[in-house]
Design a protein around this ligand. Structure first.
Ligand code: FAD
Length: 385
């Protein structure tokens, strides 16, 4: 285990709040907890702060302009209308943790979380941490989703999920089938089409009808950000209607559009329906004779390491806006559509972190007139929503 910062006592004894996951969501949470002078600790599986971004493909630039890529208390240090490279974002997160002296212990993958008495217990590698409150900020892209029939592909076909894609050098000669036309699928298809004949299977969930770039960052993305934060959320009638549909269909294409793919020579094909004799078969019955398959089929949330007693029907947390409804002191942050269309993006996660920090019960201090039960019900209201 590594201590990314050497600040406070990281023994895990007498913690008020434990944050599991030290990506942007966990760090934003840490910022608010430190402002509340709580005794907290952030645990992260990766070796370095920012690794979740570093591990993504080599050429990746964020689609949110730098003006929206800051964390609480620190704007992103770049031209506000530019689109930072993923490694710049990772470096910024590491500097952020150091600047605000956030206690982050890296190299710790929490394997189990459960409730005992009035404390939560997290366990990893034979160690345990106890806290009154736990914030699960483990990210929405933890568990790649790949159709079962992927296992039936002939071993001579190179295949991997978009989360393992780095660059076209991982591919063998011959055509590539990119399965899934969300933002990752579109960007990866465009990149590999420069070196390989490329087929793109599936349909995008719409497209933002403007060219992505500096002008969009100035005039259009602010409107989209506003809608994603303040309109398309569970607090508005429109949001309550739209969010489940958006969740089911995914986000529209933001930067790389179908016309860019067509121009690059990408061939659009129907969705992949299965595998026959080791070859992918499309919905129209065609066999796609390809040498490579990249599954850009998204992610699923995975809370198997959390005691099922803390989850609804043993699977997902029953929560509203990240506050677990049946487990006082348990919070979730950074999941897709947790509250708004932007909840799993930088602006949305930072807003959700500020809200959650205001909902974590005030620590009970010796001599306080509050009982534990009362304290659990008290919203820490020093921070604005
Ligand atoms: P993560 O960054 O995934 O961080 C979670 C952390 O938790 C990780 O460090 C992981 O190691 C740790 N962890 C997980 N499980 C455990 C465990 N059991 N114990 C200990 N630690 C654990 N958003 C934008 O706003 N703008 C963009 O341009 C943008 N581009 C994106 C491009 C791609 C390809 C993807 C996949 C996402 C993009 N996003 C973007 C969405 C989002 O901002 C990122 O996914 C971001 O990384 C989410 O931050 P997070 O902190 O919630 O989760």
């Amino acid at each position: 285990m590594n201590n990314a910062t050497n600040s406070s006592d990281q023994s895990g004894i007498g913690l008020d709040t434990l944050v599991i996951g030290g990506g942007q969501s966990g760090l934003a949470m840490g910022y608010y907890l430190s402002r509340q002078n709580r005794k907290f600790l952030i645990l992260d599986e990766n070796q370095r702060i920012g690794d979740a971004w570093r591990q993504r493909w080599d050429s990746l630039r964020v689609f949110t302009p730098a003006k929206y890529d800051g964390l609480p208390g620190a704007p992103f240090p770049a031209d506000p209308l530019s689109f930072p490279h993923k490694d710049e974002l990772a470096g910024f997160f590491a500097e952020y943790a150091a600047r605000f002296d956030l206690p982050v212990q890296t190299g710790v993958r929490v394997e189990r979380l459960w409730h005992e008495g009035d404390r939560y217990i997290a366990a990893a590698n034979g160690h345990r941490w106890e806290a009154s409150n736990v914030v699960v900020a483990t990210g929405a892209e933890r568990c790649p989703k790949v159709p079962r029939f992927a296992a039936e592909l002939d071993p001579s076909i190179v295949q991997f999920h978009s989360s393992a894609y780095k660059n076209a050098g991982q591919l063998q000669d011959g055509p590539v089938l990119v399965v899934g036309l969300g933002n990752s699928g579109a960007e990866i298809a465009l990149e590999v089409s420069r070196t390989h004949p490329t087929l793109a299977a599936g349909k995008p969930a719409g497209e933002i009808p403007v060219k992505h770039g500096r002008a969009a960052a100035r005039f259009v993305l602010p409107v989209i950000r506003f809608a994603g934060l303040y309109v398309l959320n569970l607090g508005t009638p429109l949001g309550r209607k739209a969010v489940p549909a958006l969740k089911a269909h995914g986000a529209p294409l933001i930067r790389t559009k179908t016309k860019d793919l067509a121009k690059a020579g990408v061939e659009f094909v129907p969705r992949v329906a299965g595998v026959e004799d080791g070859v992918p078969v499309l919905a129209d019955g065609t066999r796609a004779q390809v040498a490579n398959v990249i599954w850009c089929t998204g992610f699923q949330e995975e809370f198997g390491w959390i005691d099922p007693a803390l989850l609804e029907d043993g699977g997902m947390p029953r929560q509203y806006r990240g506050v677990a409804l049946d487990s006082p002191g348990l919070f979730f942050l950074g999941q897709d559509f947790l509250y708004a269309a932007t909840s799993a993006t930088l602006p949305g996660a930072c807003r959700d972190a500020r809200y959650l920090a205001s909902k974590i019960p005030a620590p009970v201090t010796r001599g306080s007139a509050l009982s534990v039960t009362q304290a659990r019900g008290v919203a820490h209201s020093s921070l604005p929503e």
